[in-house]
Structure formats: C-alpha cells, structure tokens
Design a protein around this ligand. Structure first.
Ligand code: FAD
Length: 851
C-alpha cells in the first residue's frame, strides 16, 4: 500500500512513525511545506527569548533520521497543492524549484495544522508585523529584533502564544504592550484566575490593554504606530509605537486541500472526521489542528488546537489506516492545557465557567464551583509556594472542569483532575484519591483531596458560599454585611471596603456585636478560617455565607486589570525589566568567591516575613566591599520589587531579581558612596552605576505608648528606615519607657509610691500588652504565636536588630524621673536627653513619627 501524509510535524510525524512501527510493507511518503519536520513549535517563543539557547534542540527529528530509522520518504519544501480523488493522485510542488509533479496514493492522511489568523486591519502586512507558527517565522523575528535592536513591541492577542511571546520579549528588555479583544487573557480560564495573571503581568511592567483591538498599523521610518480601539468601537482611542508587532490573535484550521477534495468541513472548526479520524471521502483521513473534534465533556463539535490531541490522533489513525482489528476510536478532546505565564503556571482541563454560562447553564442550579488556596507542598518545607485551584461540578457531583494557578504544583493537580474526569470519578471521590506524599512534594492532604472535602461540605449544605463577584451587589442591597475574621496584621495589608473586623480568635467572645437579622459575608485570607467562622455563626443562630477563595481570590479581581499608558514619557531604550539585568553565574557564588575583582556572596532569607529579608540584606551589605555582589533569596514574592527600591534608595546597584521555582533570587552590587571609579562591573563596565544622595537622611520617632503592638510597629518602621540607609533616633517617653526596662532588675532604693508604680507597670518588651483585645493576656499570647508562625521577629529581637544596625534610643530624662525609674533600671544601650536633644535630632529628619 502507498500512504501519503500531508504535514510533517505533530500529527503527521506521529502517524508516520507509528505506521512504520506497525508494518515494513508499505510505502510512506511525507510532504512538508516547510524546511523542517517534527520541530518543537511549542519551544519557539522560548528560543526568541533566549531561554532555549540552542536552536538545534528544537529540531526533534530530521529528514535523515526519519529515513534511516523509519524508512520514510520525507519531502520537505514541498507543498501538496491538490488531491485528485477520482484518480487517487496528488499534485505536489517543489517550492525550491517551482516544479510540480504527481504522486499516486492508496490512502492519504491530512495533518496540515492551523494557520495563524491575521486580523483584517489596514497595515497588517507591515514589514514590522510577524506571526509565529514555525522555525522560519521564529528566525525572521529573531533577525528583525537583532538587526533593529528592537526595544518596543506590541503583541496582538493574549492567548497562550501571545502571552508566551510577551514574556520572552520582556526577558529581552523590550517594552511590551499586549492588546486583547476579550476582557481577560487566556481564554481557557475564568476571570478570577486570569485576574491573577493580569496583576502579575502588570508587576512585570507589561502594558495590558484588555477589551481592545488593533484597528490599523501605520508604518513610520523607524517605528510603526499601532492604532487601538475599545472593543466594539471603530475610532482608535490609543496609539502605541512599536518596532515589532506580533499577530497572535488565534489560529484557524487549514482546510483548503480538504475542501477541494470534497471533504465535509465545519465552517469554524475544520475538517469533519468520525471517531476513527476518517473524513467523509474514502481513504482520506485527517488529524490535528485542522479537524473538528468532539468535546469530551459535552459531545459538541469544537476545534482545540493542541499538541496532545494531534499526537494522540496521529497514533490512532495509523491503526485505522492499516485497519488493525484492535484499532481504537478517538474519544474527544477535553482541552487539558498548561502554560508558563511570567511567575505563574496556569492550567485548565474540561469546561470553564464562561462556556457553561454561554450555554445557558446557571450557577447554583446547573453547576457549582469551589476554589481552594493551598501550598504546592508542606508549608514548613523550604520552597513551598501558594496554589489556587478552581473546580466546577454539577449538583450531582460530576466534575465538569478545573483551573489552577500558582508557581509550582499546578501541573500535577490539573493532570490528576483530568485523569479523574476520564476515569469518571465523582467530585466527592476526590477525597479518596491516594496521592504520594512527603513534605518536599505535597501535603498529607493534597489540594485535590481538599477539593473533594470542600465539595462534600457544599453538596451537604454544611457551608453556603458567596462568589467574589457577588459581594458588591449583596452589600449594596443592604441585606448583607461583610465580616473580616482575619488577624489585624492581615487586615493591615488590605481588606474589602466596608467590612467589619473581628478576628476569628475573638469572634465567640464578641458575638453579641453581630445582628441576627443580617446575613454576614464572612471572609478570611483563603476561605478556610471563613468556613470555621461560618460554622460557628450558624451554630449560634446567626446567618452567614463564606466568601469562596477568601480575600486572596477577591483582591486581584478588585484591582485595575489594565495599565494603559504606563510607558508614556519613558524611553524604550531605558527599559530594563527587573528580571533581565545580567545575572552573575550562580556557580561562582559561594565557591569561587571572586569574579574579576568582585566578590560574590549568597544570602538565604527564605522563610522570613517582611521586613526580615531587607534587614538581613542591609546587615550583610555592611560587611562587603564596594563592587561586591550580594545574591539574596527570599520566599516573599514582594521582595522582587522591594529589593529594587531598597537598592535605589540606598545608592547600591540593583542588578537583577527573578523568580525561580516561586523563590525570588535577587542580586545587588555594593557601591562606594559617591565613587564608582574604583571597581568595575563583571563585564568591565561602570555603566549605570550611580549614587543616590538623600539630603534628609534621618528619621526620628517619639514612642509614647507602652502597648506591645504599637512599640512593635515602631521598631518595624525604625528597622525599615535603617535598612533604607537612614539614621534613626527613637525618643522614648512616658509609657514607652516600659519597653526599655530590664526584666529582672530590682531597685530597693525606691520610695514606696515609686515601687508600687513600678510593680503595676510592665517590665520590658516581653511584658507589654496589646492595645486592643488583650483579653487578660490571651490576646497577647495569641499575637505572639501568630507572629512566630509567620516568622515575624519578636520585639526583643527587633530591638536588638535596631541597635546592631546603628539605631539610637534617647530616653526622656524628665519622664524617667516622673515614672520613678532610675537609669540603671533601663537597658544599657539607651542614652538620656531632654526635649533639646530630641529637637536637635528631628531637625535634620525627613519626618518625625509620634507613636
Ligand atoms: P502542525 O504541527 O502545525 O503541522 C502541520 C504542518 O503541515 C505544518 O508544518 C505545515 O507546514 C504543513 N502543511 C500544511 N499544509 C501543507 C501542504 N498542503 N503541503 C505540505 N505541508 C503542509 N500546543 C500545546 O499543546 N502546548 C504548547 O505549549 C503549544 N505551544 C505552541 C507554541 C507555538 C508557537 C505554536 C505555533 C503552537 C503551539 N502549540 C502548543 C500547538 C501545537 O503545536 C499544535 O497543536 C500541533 O503542532 C498541531 O499539530 P498538527 O500536526 O495538526 O499541525
């Protein structure tokens, strides 16, 4: 038998190899229009960004390899132009010579893939506009970027390929604008998951225009102007300059050959095939991006252009073409997909909520959703990073789909759920999926198991949920009130406006503050404590609902999703993505302590909460010489920005910060203040080395209060100011002096009144009480535990850090006297002074805080 294959990449090459493995009898000829077969199209964006350095690794199989290993006649640079069904012949054109010839066949497989959809806008044929489908496209993009030293890019479309290209352009220090017609990126996931990607892209200084489309591209001498209008409007409202424009607005099946051959075609989704990948025309088969598939979840026709289906179909169709007795049908595509989007991994399987709503299904009636926020592995094991999973299921417990986002562990959970769907596992049975556990890999209850437990609670009515997007309307209606049951620390970092705050630890004791007529929307950080509070309230006769996914899910949706105009007034040549400044080879750090004339030191600040990593950075920097490089690791994602600000404020050179496996790795070079001439950068240049001078470099604080939380806050700010290179003086007066008392000091020379007064007041930092909710000392103990759990430094250690870093404390002499203290009763590091000493210090200060 003579078998022809059109298309030599995913589907075509898979089928060809399988055909040969099954039989040596048949003649197999594979035609490929491009220069290469079996290349890794999925790797193309990463070679553009330099992440995949070696171009050759993208060429998974060569023409010679296909010939020698499989005896397949591969004809590259050859386009199949026509299929003559009657005569069972094709017309092929050698694209190098221009000659055409005929080739007969017994059976033919079409795997021509999908072409890039180019939006029908004026100027889309600009020499600065590119698509990315194959090696040739990739080479063209790289050549254009290099030749023109491209620094400004517009990416049209925020699907998988658009996002991957944007990420890689940012890696190349290009100012990148992403324009997307929909109001979110990444169609496979729902808005609340996409919102996290939006915020992360904004953090990476990508300009994001959602709900916008390109209307025209106008070429200038060195740049093109990309005109952009709001979706649905014709008039452009935004103009962005670009030196390169990538058109990544989607793909559509290549169907021309099939149409000409009389194959039945779906107008949108491509060549129609049966479950054995047979077209309606005898002996013509089709697979991959070009075909209409059955959606595994609902049986509807769809086109899902992904590599897994193409490869799977390629294998199955070989069995069918050889008419093997045990040939298997293709069961449909679930759309399991994943990508790296900046710091996140985003994955999805099955149906998303948008598609259910489009189909007219109603939340609460036809389907339910739950969201869990967990860690990728045991939280106490280094390197654990947060993970969000959304599960969609029917009230009967059938799993409809799942989505996940996080730095690590998303792939595993999405794959487990995809397997569960294929296995017909019920949502509650997810509890019973026994998954491998050890702290570096997982928790004893995997997030997938937690989804099962959570779903059971929902289905049993043990918890009633409210969604992130329902809150506003319910509160506005006046029937519901928001109740934040997180700790004060957590609330400090942000809360839902209008919410009442009662820490879960106090809720029972303060329950009388709640109104039984109202329904409380209870929320915590991730949804778990909210459930505990919900149960408490309901059991005590109150009405409540729990915010699914907690504050963590709600917050990114409440922020601006776009950041139009962020590059206005900036020069693209100045744009340095924080993650892409030269990174000193980590191998040199620690072992080989010198690199050129530069010493490199590693600092591990993982597990420390803010401002711990900055404090440690400052301390370590003090011991380095100008020119030395400090590499710091922190598990706080916010450190990526903090370290840059710190370096800029303190006059050191920020080199780079990147996130590796969810851990921020940053490099800062110590500068000799005001002098950059006596050392050079690793590459020998001193470019960009400058010293930032501050005219008012002092911070003064008056600590009047003796409340533990207030003194604690004072020292956190004071240490932060020290870390920013400021001189800090704290002036302690009245009740604040209690924080400075020695714990075990006894003064027998005091008068009776002074002794009594002294006994009634706390002795030293360990004995201070909370300003609020002290609850006979319980609140204070609980606060200390929370601080410990969250790796927040204790007050004594913050005080020690303060002195170690050169901070100064002046005790108000007058207050010391009034309070009946003696000098030796207070800690030795303290200096004494009066108002004049304080005013002298404050005069040069940037600001003075009164606490
Ligand atoms: P293709 O692999 O596109 O192969 C079709 C081939 O047929 C083409 O090389 C074309 O030149 C040739 N051809 C077409 N017509 C003719 C003709 N008349 N004569 C001769 N030859 C012809 N999928 C994922 O699942 N994960 C990813 O991370 C991912 N990343 C991607 C990144 C990029 C940049 C791109 C472009 C695609 C990515 N995909 C990804 C999609 C995935 O590559 C496709 O789904 C898969 O390759 C489809 O296989 P196919 O055989 O149908 O088509």
């Amino acid at each position: 038998m003579k078998i022809l294959i059109v298309g030599g990449v995913a589907g075509g090459a898979s089928a060809a190899a399988r055909l040969r493995r099954l039989s040596e009898e048949h003649e197999i000829i594979m035609f490929e229009r491009g220069q290469y077969i079996s290349f890794a199209n999925c790797g193309l964006p990463y070679h553009i960004g330099g992440v995949i350095k070696d171009r050759d690794v993208l060429l998974v199989q060569t023409v010679e390899g296909m010939k020698s290993r499989f005896n397949i006649d591969v004809r590259v640079n050859t386009e199949v132009e026509k299929i003559n069904v009657e005569e069972k012949k094709i017309i092929a054109k050698d694209l190098k010579t221009g000659t055409t010839y005929e080739e007969s066949f017994d059976k033919i497989l079409l795997s021509p893939g999908a072409e890039v959809f180019v939006p029908p806008v004026k100027g889309a044929d600009s020499p600065r506009a590119f698509i990315l489908r194959n090696m040739k496209d990739m080479d063209k993009i790289i050549a254009h970027v290099k030749k023109n030293n491209v620094k400004k890019a517009v990416v049209v479309g925020a699907g998988f390929i658009g996002i991957e290209i944007a990420e890689n352009f940012v890696e190349l220090d290009m100012q990148t604008t992403v324009v997307e017609f929909a109001d979110q990126v990444l169609a496979p996931v729902d808005a609340e998951i996409a919102a996290q990607v939006h915020q992360n892209m904004k953090d990476h200084d990508v300009e994001l225009l959602l709900g916008h489309g390109v209307t025209e591209i106008v070429d200038g001498d060195t740049r093109s102007t990309v005109k952009i209008a709001k979706a649905g409007e014709k008039e452009a409202s935004v103009e962005v300059e670009a030196e390169i424009i990538i058109l990544a607005a989607g793909v559509r099946p290549e169907t021309k050959l099939a149409v000409d051959a009389g194959c039945e075609i779906h107008p949108r989704f491509g060549i129609k095939v049966d479950e054995y990948m047979r077209t309606n025309v005898k002996d013509i088969y089709a697979v991959g991006d070009a075909v209409t598939v059955k959606n595994y979840m609902n049986g509807q026709e769809i086109n899902i252009p992904l590599a897994w289906p193409a490869n799977r179909q390629g294998r199955l169709v070989a069995d069918t073409m050889l008419d093997r007795p045990n040939k298997q049908p293709y069961n449909g595509t679930m759309g399991t997909s994943i990508l790296k989007a900046f710091d996140y991994t985003v994955g999805a399987t099955g149906l998303n909520e948008k598609s259910l709503q489009r189909a007219g299904l109603v939340y609460g009636k036809d389907y339910l959703t739950i969201t869990v926020n967990r860690n990728s592995n045991a939280g106490y094991y280094p390197g654990a990073t947060p993970l969000t999973l959304k599960l969609i299921f029917t009230p009967e417990g059938k799993i409809l789909g799942a989505q996940g986002i996080g730095s690590k562990g998303v792939d595993k959970r999405i794959d487990v759920i995809a397997t569960a769907i294929k296995g017909g596992i019920n949502v509650i049975d997810l509890q019973d999926v026994e998954l491998a556990y050890a702290p570096p890999f997982n928790s004893a209850k995997d997030p997938v198991n937690i989804l099962g437990y959570y779903a059971e609670n929902v289905l049993n009515g043990d918890v009633k949920l409210v969604r992130y997007n329902e809150v506003e309307a319910l509160v506005e209606a006046g029937t519901h009130e928001l109740l934040d049951i997180r700790t004060a620390d957590e609330r400090e970092l942000g809360f839902i406006p209008g919410s009442k705050h009662i820490d879960l630890a106090e809720l029972r004791g303060r329950i009388s503050e709640l109104d039984k007529e109202k329904t409380y929307i209870v929320y915590c950080q991730v949804g778990l404590r909210g459930y505990v509070a919900y149960r408490m309230l309901v059991n005590l006769g109150y009405k409540a609902i729990n915010l699914d996914g907690g504050y963590k899910l709600w917050e990114p949706t409440s922020l601006d999703q776009c950041n139009i105009g962020i590059f206005e007034g900036t020069e693209a040549t100045e744009f340095h993505h924080t993650e892409n400044t030269p990174f000193v080879d980590a191998k040199l750090i620690g072992e080989e302590r010198t690199f050129g004339n530069v010493q490199t030191i590693e600092l591990d600040a993982c597990g420390l909460a803010c401002p711990g990593p900055i404090m440690k950075t400052r301390k370590t920097m003090e011991d380095l010489n100008p020119g030395d490089i400090l590499q710091i690791k922190s598990s706080e994602l916010g450190f990526r920005k903090d370290i840059k600000t710190w370096a800029e404020k303190t006059g050191h050179k920020f080199l780079s910060a990147k996130v590796e496996d969810g851990i921020v790795v940053a490099q800062v070079q110590k500068l000799d203040q005001g002098n950059c001439g006596n050392f050079s950068m690793p590459n020998g240049s001193t470019e960009g080395v400058k010293v930032v001078e501050s005219t008012k470099n002092k911070q003064t604080m008056v600590v009047f209060s003796g409340d533990m939380d207030k003194v604690l806050a004072s020292f956190i700010i004071a240490n932060g100011a020290l870390a920013m290179g400021k001189e800090v003086t704290m002036f302690f007066t009245f009740w604040g002096l209690n924080a400075l008392r020695k714990e075990n000091f006894v003064n027998n020379n005091k008068s009776f009144i002074d002794k009594m007064f002294g006994m009634m007041m706390p002795k030293g930092p360990n004995k201070l009480k909370l300003s609020n909710m002290n609850m006979g000392g319980m609140g204070t103990l609980m606060m200390k535990k929370v601080m410990n759990d969250k790796n927040v430094e204790t007050l004594p250690s913050l005080m020690k850090m303060f002195f170690d870093n050169g901070g100064k404390i002046i005790a108000c002499d007058m207050s010391v006297d009034v309070m009946g203290f003696s000098h030796d009763e207070l800690i030795d590091e303290v200096e004494y002074g009066g108002v004049a000493a304080f005013l002298g210090e404050s005069e040069d200060s940037f600001s003075t805080l009164f606490i």
